[in-house]
Design a protein around this ligand. Sequence first.
Ligand code: 1GP
Length: 231
Amino acid sequence: MIPSFYSGWRHAFKLDPDREIGDEALEAVCLSGTDAILVGGSSGLTYDNTVELLSRIRRYELPCALELSDVSVGVPGFDGYFVPMVLNSRRREWIVGRHVDALREYGHLLPWESAVGEAYLVLNPDSTVARLTEADTELTAAEILAYSQAADKLWNVPVLYVEYSGTFGDMPLVRRIRDSLRQAHLFYGGGIDGPDKARQAAGAAHTVVVGNAVYSDLPAALATVNAVKNI
Ligand code: 1GP
């Protein structure tokens, strides 16, 4: 059975172990009514800062999952693990290579009952993740839909993540992606800076992910929870 710990999530906050968050802010995030905390980031993650963030989140009762983008941050004790690949990376290692290297060494340690593959479509060329993975972001809508269908219908990926990190994406297109899916669960993240954009994203994707706003405008970030839940 493919794990489905994320299937009921409508809203999640993404916290980056490499960014500072005070105790009060973390408490507000964890008690906000969000469905889950996703721990991840494109740079600066270490085993130590990931453990530290997990242990602080564990004071609260909500689910907490890790995006396991590098084997060196394989911290045990999360409720779930998303193992990402980047569908539109120009570098093979981000499509499958790094996973093979990691599994060869550590596959026996991965909690398979709570680990799923997560296929990213990275669409903001100015984001750290796009630069890091050399993502081909110059795609037409038809190409984006074709990538989504390859992931969903040919390879049955459990989670498709449309990632506009840092900028708000094309919601009608995200909605078309969702409507074309046969089985994948669709995450959307990028540029949600308050309730209005959160509402739009909630109408387009299964799960809405809010990241940067937690650090730049906490009250606006917190207001995204109700916006998504009350749609
Ligand atoms: C980043 O998709 C998330 O991986 C959220 O994006 O930081 O732009 O909210 P933002």
